[in-house]
Write a protein that binds this ligand. Structure first.
Ligand code: GSH
Length: 244
């Protein structure tokens, strides 16, 4: 069998036909409140992937109809790739990483990449108490609020993940130099960026190594741009502003 035939067999289904889309549109919600929207927006922005932003303001009279125009699930974020919808934050990042393999959105090392996918999947499927009791609200400063036992347990688990990634044996120097979970900024850091905003906004006390990481994420140009644009948003949604 020829090498090219072997490569074709090894490639994920459909990969050989994949062509770069001409037009990427990312549909998001309010930057102040939408933690799910923040993740792929930060990832695409951090890796210089050009996209048009479509912002739908949550909790308005026409919101549901507007979301239904773009999103099969009625939720955002949605990436429209030449009009084809990808309606989940992790699926969007995976799609971008496949379409732009030269950008290094995932760690290069196989085991590190597997761990990065694991911590993203855990972020995606867990931490319900943190989401409920300490909702993201970039404009607000609410020291100490929302610290229910379940939210505190989620904070503990997130700190454990960060510590494991930042301080792993044999990787400490390499990762420490770059300062992100897997050395260079990756999708994993974009996934934890909304948690960083919560930790800063609710003034969660962190060990110095984790505080340093949180500050590095907050200072990353893509994150800083999202935050600046969130602060500039005019609309306020009482349902979210009055939340814990
Ligand atoms: N698992 C989804 C969750 C998306 C989600 O819950 N999005 C919220 C916005 S932050 C939403 O669209 N809410 C619509 C609404 O509440 O009407 C993802 O990762 O994209």
């Amino acid at each position: 069998m020829q090498d090219t035939e072997l490569e074709a067999l090894a490639a994920p289904a459909g990969a050989m036909q994949s062509t770069q889309p001409h037009k990427l549109q990312l549909v998001i919600a309010n930057k102040n409140y939408s933690s799910w929207s923040m993740r792929p927006w930060v990832a695409l922005t951090a890796f210089d992937i050009p996209f048009e932003e479509i912002r739908v303001c949550l909790d308005q009279p026409g919101t549901d109809q507007e979301l239904a125009r773009y999103s099969p699930s009625g939720r955002v974020p949605v990436l429209l790739a030449d009009g084809h919808p990808i309606w989940d934050s992790l699926a969007i990042c995976e799609y971008a990483a496949e379409q732009f393999p030269d950008r290094g959105m995932w760690p290069r090392d196989l085991r590190a990449r597997a761990t990065a996918r694991s911590v993203c999947a855990e972020m995606h499927s867990s931490f319900a108490a943190l989401r409920r009791d300490m909702s993201m609200n970039i404009k607000a400063f609410r020291p100490g609020r929302g610290r229910t036992p379940d939210a505190q347990a989620d904070i503990g688990r997130i700190c454990e993940i960060w510590e494991q990634c930042l301080c792993q044996d044999g990787q400490r120097m390499q990762r420490g130099q770059n300062g992100f979970l897997f050395g260079d900024f990756s999708i994993a850091d974009a996934f934890y960026a909304p948690v960083v905003m919560r930790f800063l906004g609710y003034d969660v006390a962190l060990a110095p190594v984790l505080q340093g990481y949180a500050e590095r994420v907050a200072s990353h140009p893509a994150v800083a741009r999202w935050v600046a644009e969130a602060r500039a948003e005019a609309e306020a949604i009482p349902k979210y502003d009055d939340a814990p």
